[in-house]
Write a protein that binds this ligand. Sequence first.
Ligand code: PLP
Length: 446
Amino acid sequence: MRDANFLTENNAKHIWHPMAHPAEMKRNPPHVIMKGRGAYVTDLEGREVLDAVGGLWNVNLGYSCDPVKQAIAAQLDALPYYSGFRGTSTGPSIELAWELAQWFAPEGMTRALFTSGGSDSVETALRLARQYWKIRGQGDRTKFIALKKGYHGTHFGGASVNGNANFRRNYEPLLPGVFHIPAPYAYRNPFDETDPERLARLCVRALEDEIAFQGPDTIAAFIMEPVLGAGGVIVPPDSFLPLVREVCDRHEILLIADEVVTAFGRTGAWAGARLTGVKPDMMTIAKAVTSGYFPLGATMIGGRMAEVFEADRSSFGAIGHGYTYSGHPVGCAAGLAALAETKRLRLDENAAARGAELAAVLEDLKARHPLVGDVRCRGLMAALELVSDRDSKAPADKAVMTKVADTAYAAGAMLRVSGPNVILSPPLIVTAEEIRAIGAAIDAGL
Ligand code: PLP
């Protein structure tokens, strides 16, 4: 690799960073991360900081997981690539699809269509939903409903169901026939309702209202994250997803759980939907399936849906969708090793225990810092929502957010800032001592 001067000089010169303004990146180049160890990363200047972001919600095993590295190296040696398109398959993809069906057996997921990441998985789910209704002779069911504040990646389908203007406005017009209802976000909502249970019922009523307005027989699917991540870690009460499931069932609308962040232990359960016992019709996964060691995702398809495709005698059953890297053998080998380690280390239990400690640390910060308007936590997904004034709930401005993150970085922890939220999703191997260190760094930032 070229030397540090080259990297510093060219940082943000020829590379456009996702989710960033190119001019701002030139003015204020991002940290260059050179190494990782356990839950820590080291930058170009040699500073080692605790990664309270966990890469991007994905490095659940931390940066030193030898079994995953070895599985990747062995698979590279045996077969670095072969296609999963009709005509060929590979051993690791067959094995990982089997493993995922076991993993998500309580959710009734029986088939995997592999993708290259989360946005692909969402796109695949939306397409399969429309195709399903064509097979069933209900081709008018093309519309989608989603939650405001939801995040579903950046492809045109995913951006269309996204519920945050920042990811939509510059790319409009998006897909027609997509509608949004309020999220059960108790800190800010159009109903001025602070009680989570009452708010959940109001949001579900808004869903029913939208379904009635659109016509149930025009709606293909409803999509939501069991815990909303990028929108600011909005944690619906446990009653919400079962109520949504009931409404979807009543109107025969498919339910897609976007589990790109929530699957594999992050919420303290092996799947976000498992927190409430709901069985979705499809699940989208990516990120922690390989702990970020290789780009891979999948759309998981439930038994009832799978049977419709597999019994199809219409002209609509063939899947005209997929990616060059669907079922990439190296990614699938990484996934098998990552899931084995995830299970062996019981990362779900660590996420629940460390998550409770993190929640206590954040509540303490809220008690001491007027900048903190709200704290939200589920397992090791957490957000601090910062405000300039607690009474008016005016969001903290960008300069404040940048200063908090920069100061915390100097104090030893990498945080992620998204709008007025400080978002935390440390590796699931994090220790109690490291949780305290993250808290101390945020304290310094605040
Ligand atoms: N869905 C959810 C819930 C996500 O959080 C993300 C990314 O953070 C995506 C989809 C998109 O995944 P990717 O960035 O891998 O395309």
